[in-house]
Ligand binder design. Structure first.
Ligand SMILES: O=C(O)CCC(=O)C(=O)O
Length: 357
């Protein structure tokens, strides 16, 4: 039975941008930037310094408004940096400056990087998930997703979201809590048990010996949900209680199945909850304390997401990601990445918690 106040979450909609800034990417993956003294530099960090606008008469550095003359040809350009001539690929970038996203993340505890992944990456992620145009395919669970397609690594190493997570957590030293997985949500049949409201590790009990972290202590993890399909309320976009990172745990009545109700009792889906509706290729970053759950998929199609947990150095990951790293390094999906991407992901998979001395 559906009660009247069910499926009434507030929709928070982000629209498809009409234009995007660009990255200028060197062969090894470093990004061209402009420093405070207006000198060209190469950086692996996607802060405001590496964001460009490109038009018919050249390049404009967005943060400083400075124009650089360069000949643009076939999607690339060559420029002299520190005495060396480098060829840069002009690549899809964010809709906004990284500092704007950071201000939102710090203020609200979440942010959406709308359509930050390009259309080719999105298509390949959909193929891995068996969703959207690849709905007829079944996801292959025999090997880690990162080994199956280079697009998975490209999504993990998306540089603006990595910069934002490190800024928000005030540390460079992060690891992934599990190998990136896909959450493929099938149409809801109205009666099967569904996921309840939760925060993420380490704010909930978990395997491996983590103590449940103090919600008022230093921030220990940020989640990154990649919208592989378009996300909307109808197809089960993730539901959040936005702002709950600074509150206590969800009230028991939001999770009746865990609080004396039948196992298939539906979690709260009234107007106090929010769903973030965003086009495929968007990345939602949120403080791991934020209450959230999968939505109810009322469509007749699968809805796919790629989920990752970025954890501080002292958090014990849910799974040891090092064996997956070794397997991935032997695949073409590793070879096809640039050096920056290979280094970032290797670090995120190989870093392990600090051991007490
Ligand atoms: O599938 C979803 O929409 C979100 C699931 C999620 O973020 C989680 O399980 O922590």
């Amino acid at each position: 039975m559906t009660v009247q106040s069910e499926f009434q979450e507030r929709e928070v909609r982000v629209e498809q941008p009409s234009r995007y800034f660009k990255f200028l990417v060197a062969r090894d993956g470093a990004m061209l930037g402009l420093d405070d003294a207006q000198g060209l530099l190469l950086s692996d960090e996607a802060d405001d310094r590496v964001i460009w606008d490109v038009d018919h008469d050249g390049l404009k550095h967005v943060a400083s408004n400075r124009k650089i003359s360069a000949e643009l040809k076939n999607g690339n350009c060559s420029l002299e940096v520190a005495g060396n001539v480098e060829i840069f690929n002009i690549e899809h970038g964010p809709e906004k400056l990284p500092s704007e996203y950071l201000a939102h993340l710090k203020r609200e505890g979440w942010v959406c990087l709308t359509c930050i992944l390009n259309a080719d990456i999105v298509k390949s992620l959909q193929r891995v998930a068996g969703s959207d145009a690849y709905e007829h395919l079944t996801m292959n669970n025999d090997s880690p997703k990162i080994c199956q397609d280079v697009a998975v690594g490209r999504a993990i190493s998306e540089p603006v979201s990595l910069w934002l997570i490190r800024q928000y957590m005030e540390t460079r030293d992060l690891h992934l809590g599990h190998p990136p997985g896909f959450a493929v949500l099938r149409p809801y049949d109205g009666e099967s048990p569904v996921q309840g409201w939760h925060s993420d590790i380490p704010y909930i009990p978990s395997v491996g010996g983590n103590l449940v972290a103090d919600r008022k202590g230093p921030i220990k993890a940020v989640q990154r949900n990649v919208c592989v399909s378009d996300f909307n309320k109808e197809n089960g976009a993730t539901a959040y209680k936005l702002g709950s990172h600074s509150a206590d745990n969800p009230p028991p009545e939001w999770n009746p199945a865990r609080n004396g109700g039948p196992p298939n009792a539906r979690p709260y889906s009234g107007p106090e909850a929010d769903v973030v509706e965003a086009p495929a290729g968007s990345i939602v970053l949120y403080d791991a304390r934020t209450w959230h759950r999968a939505g109810f998929n009322h469509s007749n199609r699968k809805r796919a997401a790629m989920l990752q947990s970025f954890q501080a150095a002292d958090v014990i990951p849910k799974r040891d990601t090092r064996p997956v790293c070794k397997r991935w390094q032997a695949t073409p999906a590793y070879e096809q990445l640039n050096l920056r991407q290979q280094r970032e992901i290797t670090e995120l998979l190989m870093n392990q918690p600090d051991t007490p001395t």
